[in-house]
Design a protein around this ligand. Structure first.
Ligand code: MG
Length: 376
């Protein structure tokens, strides 16, 4: 993308607030591209392949994992950034890193770990994503973490409690001062939501946990389904679903771009700093926001709380909780590097170890610790 196309309020890698440890510029990549590359080469990124959101990894090869989810978010975010003349590379880096801190087993794992950590400051997966890139990746000689630019770190931290924000410094201030992040960060957040709502419908239909008939009560789905049925009356099931979902995604993306363009024109932002002091400018129109909310509520009631998903979540929660209790009781069971850190902060070391696990690793680790006839 030619830089002359960028809006004056877009993020600019050359004007970045910078890295904690100053480094000379790279000769072939801008600072955000370099951040993206560091994220792709990280250990936590590779683990995304075996972490899930709704469906557990062994349930089938066609379901989204956090890795394919992150790629879909990056694809959507880049498209939206390009349309709005914002910095694509920044959105890509944020998108690829946004889920690095997720525990195994999606939200069930996160809720269980948060409950375990209740007396030790709690556990926020979003904050953990920042912790992964700031501290936990051990690859470079001169610093812990990936030493990413402020703009990428600001985008990764989507939400944060005031208590944690105060401890964080730089990227925490906006939560205390109630300011906005860059437009690139704002739009990547929406790309995340558009991606998971739509792929959860796709995966939900594929799994048979939800049906097209049920979804007919959801306006955004029904409207687009009608368009496809009228155009292709004899279309077979799989293609019908895909043609409907691609139109839903398109409806959401186009609306987001149009409404946000209007907001930007009204506010006339002059710079990225100005953006940080304005209200949130990336938004759906009221009409589409309502449809999107209805879709989310549908998924919560019918998919995320489906009894079969509840059963998996209950198992996931038990595995995470038992692992936590087991390690807290005896840190001698932790791998050596975590034992060292456990001497400084026991609960945090255990939480870091568990949060880093993939679904299948957590299942195996649980078996290794609790099944007497299992080889260590
Ligand atoms: Mg996500």
């Amino acid at each position: 993308m030619s830089h002359s196309m960028l809006a004056q309020y877009a993020a600019d890698p050359e004007l970045s607030i910078g890295r904690h440890h100053p480094e000379p510029a790279a000769s072939t990549r801008n600072a955000f591209q370099r951040d993206r590359d560091r994220i792709i080469h990280s250990t936590a990124f590779r683990r995304l392949e075996y972490k899930t959101q709704v469906f557990v990894n062994h349930e089938g090869d066609l379901f989204r994992t956090r890795l394919t989810h992150s790629l879909e978010v990056a694809q959507l975010a880049r498209g939206i950034a390009r349309t709005l003349n914002l910095h694509e590379d920044l959105t890509e880096a944020i998108a690829l890193a946004h889920d690095l801190g997720h525990t195994p087993f999606g939200h069930a794992g996160q809720d269980a770990l948060n409950e375990c950590m209740r007396d030790f400051g709690g556990f926020e997966h979003n904050l953990q994503s920042l912790r992964v890139v700031d501290q936990l990746e051990l690859r470079y000689a001169d610093f812990d973490g990936l030493n990413l630019t402020f703009e990428v770190r600001e985008g990764i931290l989507k939400h944060c409690s005031i208590k944690n924000a105060k401890k964080l410094g730089d990227v925490g201030f906006r939560f205390i001062e109630k300011k906005q992040p860059s437009l690139e960060a704002q739009l990547t957040n929406y790309a995340d939501e558009i991606a998971y709502n739509n792929h959860d419908i796709d995966d939900g239909l594929r799994s048979g946990l939800i049906t097209i008939e049920q979804l007919a009560s959801v306006e955004l789905f029904a409207l687009n389904l009608d368009i496809v049925r009228n155009k292709y009356p004899k279309l077979e099931h799989r293609r019908l679903i895909h043609e409907t979902i691609r139109r839903m995604i398109n409806t959401l993306v186009v609306d987001l771009c149009e409404q946000s363009t209007k907001n930007i024109q009204e506010q006339e932002p002059k710079s990225i700093d100005h953006i940080r002091n304005l209200p949130q400018l990336i938004n759906f129109s009221n009409k589409i926001a309502k449809q999107n909310l209805e879709l989310k509520q549908f998924l919560r009631h019918n998919l995320y709380h489906h009894y079969k998903v509840n059963r998996m979540s209950a198992k996931a929660s038990r595995i995470v909780t038992e692992l936590f209790e087991c390690f807290i009781e005896n840190t001698g069971l932790l791998p050596t590097e975590f034992q060292t850190y456990a001497k400084i902060d026991k609960a945090l070391a255990v939480a870091d170890y568990i949060a880093g696990m993939t679904d299948r690793f957590a299942i195996r680790e649980h078996r290794r610790l609790f099944a007497v006839d299992e080889n260590l």
